[in-house]
Design a protein around this ligand. Structure first.
Ligand code: 0A1
Ligand code: ZN
Length: 883
């Protein structure tokens, strides 16, 4: 549906709601309409009189005309649902002011003014969790992207940088701890009330503002920077959670050191605070000097957190910390440039995690996320370039494309430039743009200038959406191997014709006899079709391509099963080895799910897979973390992605069938692996983590072959477990098997962890994602459970997000699963629009499904679209999904 565009206002701030705009059709904001803001705001002073139900905010802005912008007779201060209590200009009446929709527009005659604004807000009633809100008795803020305008009227856009001084006061007993950005300048008491004043010396946009007030305790430590600055570090949590903060603190110190060593970036304040809150829309937020985190990414101990949770904490702590340079010191000019900070910071956190753990396994995990979430996004109705051209609600653009594909795009520059030249590029970027609100173009230019590589054509990666498909042929001419590559970038919404992009592919050519190669090559395909010649091959070699996943593309290669088995056994690039194994299984399952497999071909395909897997179980040089990756089957979603009109039921049967076959063929090997792994005591070593990964993997194979036996084994693992990884793994397998063991252990798990919100989230998630045929009934019952609420995003997600990946439930042939998610979106939308809108993409996949399910899914989207009052968030996602 095409909705008329609304032009920007004269002062360049995109028009938000106004009386002429129907609430259901919010205006489109376009990148090309950017205008600098006509005013500068050198200083901002905020005074908060805190209360859970009523907080009074006095904002005092010093403003002056921006010499680099067109002059305006007014200043537009954004608001969102705010009530103006009072307004003063230069200590008296303003020359004029009016409300324009939610914004306050003030008339100003001179070049320099002071504006004082008083607003009153009710944090307790803020269920959207944007702006200032209450969470379990504490007050906290979330301002990115446009939450600051729910606190006070302000030019709430990332290119208006201001120096903040914040004073807050409130009852000591409710809010013993008072925190904001920067350093604490002063504090004092006033009877039962107390106050603190904070000053942040670094100018920042409003989205990086933060305030926290509550009854908190801290784990404290310090870090001395390379320049000798001693930084006080605190991780603030609720009383009782302190013992679970050690990993977060250690991760923070490792991040600080790593950023110095790897990117030459040093921390720039005397204090770094992290606060964990249990009601949070996202993972965490990089507010200057005061990061606010979802508890999920702070709290961990072996009893309550899995190995995956530990890794997640390390990655997210790193991510937020790295934003101090890639995001805070250099921020974004406008929200279209979001990938400038997010793509780069994801790359930085990925490189950090690679250095802290097993690099190949981290790379494979990263690719799995990209292919599981971003590829479907890129091939569906919500596809957009990493630098979008327009949006209606910016919250909808915190996507896997902006984050994960954004990281891949920068990783490609690193691959093409080489590590040292890339570092010269990032050094130049940090030098050149420190203190600025920059653009993606600024970043590319700095990498280009610093590294000396030409990125002219490469810029297409920023403007074109869609996952390129590269077709690969290898032929033999005399003693030359000829590699012929062609690329096609599929059409995406609003972009019918695409240009060829530079695609850097790391390749190696293996000699079939020796099983080795003579060195890797980097080929850059920058035309629609091109050939590359390699001499010195007496016979056709085996091609290993896109090693390390050097480009975020899909590869269509003309390669025999035998060659994939060869690579799965011998490739010295761990990712390429994993890929060969996945290819072997995906090809087989795709053909089988389409019903295109003869009995002979099925037998031959299965035999090839067994051969390849045996090379993995028997390879003593492999560590178990990597072995676990190589033995993992491709996910249901990933297989579905490869099929035009997928039937999820068929895919499920074929996938489970193959799993059962493999479990039986590899019975002895799997048995041996389990026995070996079971002997290792709990520790955080890579060896012990690998062992835990394999144990649960073996259980899930067993479940496909002999469910009753597997239930006994899983129950045994559950009962013996001295850590959450083993316990959760066992329960994951059990939830799919109708058995007495299932009921007993689910009950035990609940009783054991009742009151621990993060673990109870797991209890909901495990049941909702299960392979159990009655998963829909279970989800419906769980929605009525006394512990279930839509008001807490972690809890709402824990039940319904995993369900959208459950083959039996979500894709039930009668459409019941789709209806359940549509009802959820409608119920959640008025409570928390951002979280509700994140469920829409699951319903946007209708074009990729067989006609029956496609129609049912589409009908649910239409039902949501027809709802009388829909948020801007859900409205945008639903209309785009209907296409
Ligand atoms: N900048 C944060 C992500 C973030 C975005 C929006 C939020 O609002 C609810 C919260 C966090 C990051 O990349 O970590
Ligand atoms: Zn980020």
């Amino acid at each position: 549906m095409d909705i008329a565009r609304t032009p920007s206002t004269p002062d360049g701030n995109p028009e938000m709601a106004d009386a002429a705009v129907e609430p259901k059709a919010p205006p489109e904001i376009r990148r090309e309409d950017y205008q600098p803001f006509p005013w500068l705001v050198p200083t901002t002073r905020l005074d908060f009189e805190l209360g859970l139900e009523k907080t009074r905010v006095t904002a005092r802005l010093e403003i002056e005309r921006n010499p680099d912008a067109d002059a305006s007779p007014t200043i537009r201060l954004n608001g969102d649902g705010l009530e103006l209590v009072s307004l003063r200009c230069d200590g008296g009446e303003c020359a004029g002011h009016m409300m324009d929709g939610d914004d306050l527009v003030v008339t100003l005659e001179g070049d320099r003014h002071t504006i004082e604004i008083v607003t009153e807000i009710d944090p307790g009633a803020n269920s959207q969790l944007m702006g200032l809100y209450a969470s379990s008795g504490m007050l906290c803020t979330q301002c990115e992207a446009e939450g600051f305008r729910r606190i006070t009227f302000f030019p709430d856009r990332p290119d208006v940088l201001s120096t903040y001084t914040v004073r807050m006061s409130g009852p000591k007993k409710d809010f013993p701890v008072l925190l904001s950005n920067g350093n604490r300048a002063d504090m004092g008491e006033d009877g039962a009330s107390h106050w603190a004043e904070w000053h942040d010396p670094w100018p920042k946009p409003s989205y990086l503002f933060a305030l926290v007030a509550g009854d908190l305790v801290a784990r404290s430590d310090s870090f001395t920077t390379m320049g000798g600055r001693k930084v006080e570090l605190n991780v603030w949590v609720r009383d009782g959670d302190l013992e679970r903060t050690e990993h977060a603190m250690e991760s923070l110190k490792r991040s600080m050191k790593w950023d110095e060593d790897t990117f030459g970036r040093e921390y720039d304040l005397d204090l770094f605070n992290i606060v964990a809150v249990s009601d949070f829309n996202m993972g965490a937020m990089e507010n200057k000097g005061l990061n606010v985190f979802n508890t999920k990414y702070v709290l961990a101990d072996p009893e309550t957190a899995t190995d995956g949770d530990y890794d997640g904490i390390e990655g997210v702590i790193g991510h937020e910390y790295f934003h101090n340079w890639s995001g805070n010191r250099i921020t974004c000019r406008d929200w279209f440039q979001l990938s400038l900070k997010e793509g780069f910071t994801v790359l930085r956190d990925q490189l950090f995690s690679q250095d802290m753990g097993s690099a190949p396994v981290k790379r494979i995990e990263g690719v799995r996320v990209l292919r599981g979430v971003q590829f479907p996004e890129d091939s569906g109705p919500l596809a957009h370039p990493i630098r979008p051209d327009s949006y209606r609600e910016i919250s909808n653009f915190y996507t896997s494309t902006v984050y994960n594909k954004g990281a891949e795009v920068i990783r490609m520059m690193k691959t093409m430039a080489g590590d040292e030249a890339f570092r010269r590029g990032t050094d130049l970027y940090f030098d050149r743009h420190d203190g600025e609100a920059a653009t993606c173009e600024d970043f590319v230019k700095a990498i280009e200038d610093g590294s000396g590589i030409d990125l002219e054509q490469f810029r297409l990666w920023y403007s074109q959406a869609g996952t390129p498909k590269v077709s690969v042929e290898l032929s033999q001419e005399g003693d030359e191997a000829v590699l012929t590559l062609s690329q096609a970038v599929p059409p995406t919404p609003g972009q019918d014709d695409k240009k060829p992009m530079p695609i850097p592919l790391r390749v190696a050519l293996f000699d079939r006899d020796s099983g080795s190669h003579s060195g890797e090559h980097l080929v850059v395909l920058d035309k629609a079709r091109d050939s590359f010649r390699f001499t010195g091959f007496a016979r056709k070699p085996v091609l290993s391509i896109n090693r390390g996943f050097s480009a975020p593309v899909t590869i269509g290669r003309d390669i025999a099963n035998d060659e994939l088995v060869f690579l799965a056994a011998k490739d010295d690039d761990p990712f390429a080895r994993y890929e060969a194994m996945q290819d072997l299984m995906v090809r087989h399952l795709v053909t089988a799910s389409k019903g295109d497999l003869s009995d002979d071909a099925r037998n031959a395909g299965q035999a090839d897979i067994v051969r390849a897997l045996r090379a993995v179980t028997d390879d003593d040089a492999l560590d178990d973390l990597m072995r676990g990756e190589l033995l993992s089957m491709p996910s249901q979603t990933y297989i579905a992605e490869q099929i035009e009109a997928a039937d999820p039921g068929r895919i499920f049967e074929e996938r489970e069938g193959l799993k059962a076959f493999l479990a039986s063929e590899l019975q002895d090997e799997l048995h041996h692996i389990y026995d070996r792994a079971e002997k290792l005591p709990y520790s955080q070593s890579a060896e012990a983590k690998g062992a835990r990964k394999l144990k649960t993997l073996v259980l899930s194979f067993a479940a496909a072959r002999d469910p009753q036996k597997a239930a006994e084994l899983a129950a045994h693992q559950y009962d013996r477990a001295d850590n959450m990884t083993d316990r959760q793994g066992a329960l994951m397998v059990l939830t799919g098997i109708d058995s007495a063991e299932r009921t007993g252990r689910l009950l035990d798990f609940y009783n054991r962890y009742q009151g621990n919100a993060l673990v109870i989230d797991k209890w909901f998630a495990l049941q909702a994602s299960s392979l159990h045929p009655k998963v829909i009934e279970h989800v419906k019952a769980l929605a009525e459970h006394p512990d279930f609420t839509l008001r807490n995003p972690n809890r709402a997600r824990s039940l319904y997000m995993p369900f959208t990946g459950a083959p039996h439930g979500f894709h039930a042939a009668n459409g019941e699963g789709y209806r359940l998610i549509a009802n959820l979106i409608l119920d959640l939308d008025p409570i928390n629009a951002q979280t509700a809108a994140r469920f829409v993409p699951a319903l946007g996949r209708w074009r990729k499904l067989e006609p029956g399910r496609a129609a049912l899914m589409r009908a649910e989207l239409e039902r949501i679209a027809a709802a009388p009052k829909l948020s801007r968030d859900s409205f945008e996602q639903v209309t785009r999904s209907l296409g």
